[in-house]
Design a protein around this ligand. Sequence first.
Ligand SMILES: [Cu+2]
Length: 63
Amino acid sequence: MISFQIPDMTCGHCVAAVTKAVKAADPAAEIKIDLPTHNVQVQTSVPREVVVAQLVDAGYTPD
Ligand SMILES: [Cu+2]
């Protein structure tokens, strides 16, 4: 399980974009997003930096 804070994820569109980015890194990933706290939890077998790279590509700044 890896976890990110994404402060610039602020609405439903962002949730969809973040989900899509994570799925691009790992189509089998399980994603839990809590929008009010900007927290994203990902159950995946790919390295954290691979997921981060996709999120950055999508225009977000995961922490
Ligand atoms: Cu948004």
